[in-house]
Design a protein around this ligand. Structure first.
Ligand code: BES
Ligand code: MN
Ligand code: ZN
Length: 492
């Protein structure tokens, strides 16, 4: 992971190099753009006409060697409606700018904005959109990345102050994306847990349970999934204590299947290819906890990661095996590829009994069906609590990580009846309502009506298409949403 260097100064136009400034919808110049237009004998006004660039959000214009100056170039970016300024549009402009600058082989740039908030959010967007995972490239990448951004605005100290918590979230997003991008021969349950140990340096409390400890707790469902793998399954507990010792925590539980072959219910090649992302829920929880720790959020939060590898092997569990969960309920494992819920159910029971949370949110790349229903930009949420799920949805809208609430109920629970155990792990009508059946399975493990939201991120954790603040690949969907939810509703 390489970080961009970002600094904040006065809105002074540099004598040389690359400078960028915003244009509002309708072609209205920002104050820096006006100044640049004056310095360059009206080049900007002429360029806007020549290019039909009108300042709409997500537009960019590259002006090389502007008249009358020593500048290499002026890059103009659209900021959208001036009267209804959106910081999300500013973040998108930053993300698009970072990619464009890299494509033009620009390593350093000065970006001028009208307000301190805009400067902070532009820089944040540039970090989110400019992310890349180059760790395994041994040859220099062309184009090389933008590494230095000087943000110019009035009140630069204010801009820097506004940027600090955003940087914490961006760092969390980077770690989540790195964890997901890492191939499964590098990121397995043991190495992932080992990485988590290092998070004490971020101020997180870290506890790790191996297979023996989990066997003592009776976590037969989680252990059954990892049973065909050489790697030891792990349960990682991350704690951030930012609100004193008496406050019950909010808990985030992540599915961490470091690779999902399907087990003996083996996946076909094409669908297996992308299964290193199956620890996306755990990675999102990890990045979120790091963000909360880095920005010293005034909240008590716990992250619980169920880390396993789902492999076929002579020791692997078989379709029709019966396992006993930590809750005491038994499950007939009819399909070893419906493994995420088996990991989560024991992690949920552990969380409730040992951490006593006031609310729980689980995140999982749980079902391909959720991507069929909602696509790759909207996550599905399922809940037993209208208030909590409304908070999740509101935070999602604010950071542009939208979620949509899906139904639960007996339509789905009756699909889980087993001939010999308390329930089966997959629906008895394959493919029908798969995401709801999976959510209903998890609901069987919620005790005392603890407020709970299940977020199915199987569609949103990975993208094949680049968006302004989400490059192709691991998105870290959920880190920004949950950080915002904590900030808006759970911090003191
Ligand atoms: N990890 C998969 C779901 C998934 C699919 C995540 C695509 C990301 C992208 C999950 O473990 C799985 O295999 N689910 C099955 C459930 C079925 C066997 C009941 C599915 O969705 O097909
Ligand atoms: Mn699976
Ligand atoms: Zn899976």
């Amino acid at each position: 992971m390489s970080f961009m260097h970002i600094s904040f100064t006065d809105p002074t136009i540099p004598a040389s190099g690359t400078v960028a400034a915003g244009i509002y919808a309708g072609g209205e110049l920002s104050s820096a753009a006006k100044e640049l237009d004056r310095l360059s004998n009206g080049s900007i006004s002429r360029a806007l006409k020549a290019d039909r660039f009108n300042g709409d959000a997500e537009q960019l214009l590259n002006m090389i060697a502007p008249a009358n100056t020593e500048l290499e170039r002026i890059i103009l970016f659209g900021l959208g409606d001036k009267n209804n300024p959106s910081l999300l549009a500013t973040e998108n402009a930053g993300g698009l700018f970072a990619v464009k600058a890299a494509n033009l082989s620009i390593n350093a740039a000065t970006i001028l904005l009208d307000s301190d908030k805009q400067a902070a959010h532009f820089a944040y967007g540039a970090m989110l959109g400019g992310y890349r995972f180059d760790k395994y490239r041994t040859k220099e990448q062309s184009p090389s990345a933008l590494t230095e951004m000087i943000m110019g605005s009035e009140k630069p100290e204010q801009a820097e102050k506004c940027f600090r918590p955003l940087l914490a979230v961006a760092e969390g997003v980077y770690i989540t994306r790195d964890l997901i991008w890492e191939p499964a021969n590098v990121m397995d349950p043991e190495s992932y847990a080992h990485f988590c140990r290092s998070l004490t340096s971020e101020g997180l409390e870290v506890e790790i349970l191996g297979e023996e400890a989990m066997r003592e707790l009776g976590m037969g469902a989680l252990l059954g999934v990892g049973q065909g793998s050489d790697k030891e399954s792990q349960l990682v507990i991350l704690k951030h204590n930012g609100a004193g010792s008496r406050e019950a925590p909010i808990a985030f539980i992540g599915k961490g299947v470091t690779f999902d072959t399907g087990g003996l219910s083996l996946k076909a090649s094409a669908t297996m290819e992308t299964m290193k992302q199956d620890m996306g829920g755990a990675a999102t929880v990890t990045g979120l906890m790091i963000a909360l720790a880095k920005r010293k959020a005034k909240v008590n939060a716990v992250g619980v990661l169920g880390l396993v590898e789902n492999m076929p092997d002579s020791k692997a569990q078989r379709p029709s095996d019966v396992v006993k969960t930590m809750s005491g309920q038994t499950v007939e494992v009819m399909n070893t590829d419906a493994e995420g819920r088996l990991v989560l159910c024991d992690a949920l029971t552990y969380t409730q009994r040992h951490l006593k949370p006031k609310a729980m949110i689980d995140l999982a790349t749980l079902t391909s069906a959720i991507a069929i229903a909602l696509g790759e930009e909207i996550a599905g949420v399922f809940s037993n609590n209208d208030e909590l799920v409304a908070k999740v949805a509101a935070a999602g809208d604010e950071v542009s990580e939208p979620v949509w609430r899906m139904p639960m109920g007996s339509y789905f629970s009756k699909r889980l009846s087993s001939d010999i155990a308390d329930m089966r792990n997959n629906g008895n009508k394959p493919r029908l309502g798969g995401s709801g059946v999976a959510a209903q399975f998890l609901h069987n493990f919620i005790e005392n009506d603890t407020p709970w939201v299940h977020m199915d991120i199987a569609g949103t954790a990975w993208t094949d298409e680049a968006f302004p603040t989400k490059p192709k690949g691991a998105t870290a969907f959920g880190v920004r949403l949950l950080d915002r939810m904590v900030q808006d509703y759970f911090e003191k």
